[in-house]
Design a protein around this ligand. Structure first.
Ligand SMILES: [Zn+2]
Length: 237
């Protein structure tokens, strides 16, 4: 069991602007806004904790919020949802309190967490949305990438971040084509059930889902998520 109040306390200590976009099982879901210094910013969405048993995503978001992002804010504005599935986070469970996988529910209107996120991004358009995940079976990291048009950057990202840890050599990408080792395409066949495919369809030109192996140390998993994010951002400046 994790304590959501502890997570909220850690977030409050950062003293950054947020609003509450909804509440599930008495837990508020936060959306942070880091506003760019530019008058013409590039909008980025960062999300963690849609699967409650994948804590490195939430920790990566916390680390991102806690660090100095001044240089990035010259170009980018960030919307950040640290923890989409508070119940899962507390109970170390993939699904929400109703045993539903939120990341398969974005086409439905009866899964509260998905509805809250959809409502929060309703009027937004992002250049990149990145969603942090973990994999219990993987030995290395991998990612999924989806893009409306233009080239895939995943192969170059994995090249850079493999200094943090090895790329998964198994064919871990579920039900989709590999673009390079450790880079899988967000498959249009998946529809919009998942958060990233939903965002790609409606709110973001480019999406990345990072997957770290749970067996790595937490710090290494956090570094990988942020390494992918930072490398990806260099392409949009
Ligand atoms: Zn996941």
């Amino acid at each position: 069991m994790r304590d959501y109040a502890v997570l909220l306390k850690r977030l409050h200590e950062l003293n950054l602007p947020y609003n509450i976009i909804g509440e599930v099982t008495n837990c508020p879901i936060y959306l942070y806004h880091l506003e760019s210094l530019s008058s013409n910013p590039i909008y980025i969405l960062i999300t963690g904790g849609v699967h409650g048993d994948e804590p490195a995503g939430v920790e990566a978001v916390l680390k991102f919020l806690a660090r100095d992002n001044t240089e990035l804010l010259e170009h980018f504005s960030f919307n950040i949802i640290p923890c989409i599935n508070p119940y899962g986070y507390v109970h170390d469970k993939r699904e929400n309190s109703k045993n539903v996988d939120i990341n398969r529910s974005f086409e439905k209107e009866d899964v509260l967490e998905a509805v809250i996120v959809k409502e929060a991004v309703r009027d937004k358009q992002y250049t990149l949305a990145i969603d942090f995940h973990e994999d219990y079976d993987a030995k290395g990291f991998y990612l999924y990438e989806g893009i409306r048009d233009g080239g895939f950057i995943g192969p170059e990202i994995t090249e850079v971040v493999q200094t943090i840890g090895p790329i998964d050599t198994d064919d871990s990408g579920e039900d989709t084509e590999a673009i390079a080792q450790g880079v899988y395409k967000v498959n249009s066949k998946w529809g919009m059930q998942g958060l990233a495919p939903y965002l790609l369809h409606k709110h973001s030109k480019h999406v990345i889902i990072t997957e770290t192996p749970t067996e790595w140390k937490l710090d290494q998993r956090i570094a990988l998520h942020l390494g992918v994010l930072d490398t990806a951002l260099t392409y949009f400046k």
